[in-house]
Ligand binder design. Structure first.
Ligand code: FPP
Length: 241
C-alpha cells in the first residue's frame, strides 16, 4: 500500500522519531464500537507507518504502545491490547521480510511468559538488520526507567566504586533501555492531545514536537510524510544560538 505513494524529497530526516499512538478509543467511540476495535485499527496504522519510516530513511522509530499507567484501564481492554501484541508478533515476519529490526523497551517482568518469549525471538531474528529499527515501548514509563538507572548508580556509590560528585548525565543515559540508541529528535502525537505522558522524558530533552488533531487510526502515510517534511523546517539549536 505505502509503496504506491511516491517518497517525497526530504531536506532533513530525523534520526529517531517517537510516536505516541493516541486516539484509538475515541475513534471507536465515534463509530459506536468498543474501544478495542480502535486499537485493532491502530495496529494497521502502526504497520503502515513503520514501513514508511524505512522508505523515508528513518533509522529509528519508537512507538508508545503500552505505558506503565495503562494497567489501570478496564481488564478487557488491557487483555485485548496484550492479545494484539501477541498476534502481531506472530505476524512480524512481514517486518523481517522487509529487513526492519524490531526491538522492545519497557519492563518485561509484568508481561506473560509467552509474550516475553515472542519478543525475544523477534529481536533475535531481526538483530542483523541495520537500516531501520522499530522499537515498541511496552509497559514503558520514563520515570520508571530513570528510577531504575538511578538505583544502579546508587548501588555503585554504596559499594564505594563511585563518588556522588562524579555522577554525570551520561551515566544515566548508559543505564536506560535505549542505552545504544540515539536520543529522540522528533515526537509525533496525534489526536489533539499536547502532552508527553511519561514517554522517553530523558531522551527527548532536545526533541521537536508535532501535534495533529487526526486520531491515530485515521493517520495516514501522507500525514506522516507531512510531519517529516515539517521537521526539515525546524531550526534546532540544542541550547546554542
Ligand atoms: C492510546 O489510545 C492507545 C493505546 C494506549 C494503546 C495503543 C496500542 C495499540 C495501537 C495496539 C498495539 C499493538 C501493536 C502491535 C503495536 P487511547 O486508547 O488512549 O485513545 P483515546 O485517547 O481516544 O481514549
Amino acid at each position: 500500500m505505502a509503496k504506491d505513494i511516491a517518497v517525497p524529497e526530504l531536506s532533513c530526516v530525523p534520526v529517531h522519531v517517537g510516536v505516541i499512538m493516541d486516539g484509538n478509543g475515541r475513534w471507536a467511540k465515534k463509530r459506536g464500537l468498543p474501544r478495542k476495535f480502535g486499537h485493532k485499527e491502530g495496529v494497521k496504522t502502526f504497520r503502515a507507518i513503520t514501513r514508511r519510516a524505512k522508505q523515508l530513511g528513518i533509522k529509528y522509530i519508537t512507538f508508545y504502545a503500552f505505558s506503565t499507567e495503562n494497567w489501570k484501564r478496564p481488564k478487557d481492554e488491557v487483555d485485548a491490547i496484550m492479545k494484539l501484541f501477541e498476534k502481531n508478533l506472530d505476524e512480524v515476519k512481514d517486518f523481517i521480510d522487509e529487513e526492519i529490526r524490531v526491538r522492545f523497551i519497557g519492563d518485561r517482568s509484568a508481561l506473560s511468559e509467552s509474550l516475553r518469549e515472542k519478543m525475544q525471538n523477534t529481536e533475535k531474528s531481526s538483530e542483523h538488520f541495520t537500516d531501520t529499527t522499530m522499537i515498541l515501548a511496552i509497559n514503558y514509563g520514563g520515570r520508571d526507567e530513570i528510577c531504575h538507572a538511578v538505583k544502579e548508580i546508587a548501588q555503585s556509590v554504596k559499594k564505594g566504586e563511585l563518588e556522588p560528585s562524579d555522577i554525570t548525565p551520561e551515566m544515566i543515559t548508559e543505564r536506560l533501555y535505549t542505552q545504544d540508541i540515539p536520543p529522540v529528535d522528533y515526537i509525533i502525537r496525534p489526536s489533539g492531545e499536547m502532552r508527553i505522558s511519561n514517554f522517553m522524558i530523558w531522551q527527548s530533552a532536545y526533541a521537536e514536537y508535532y501535534f495533529t488533531d487526526i486520531l491515530w487510526p485515521d493517520f495516514t502515510v501522507t500525514d506522516f510524510d507531512k510531519a517529516i517534511i515539517e521537521f526539515g523546517d525546524r531550526s534546532r539549536r540544542f541550547g546554542g544560538v
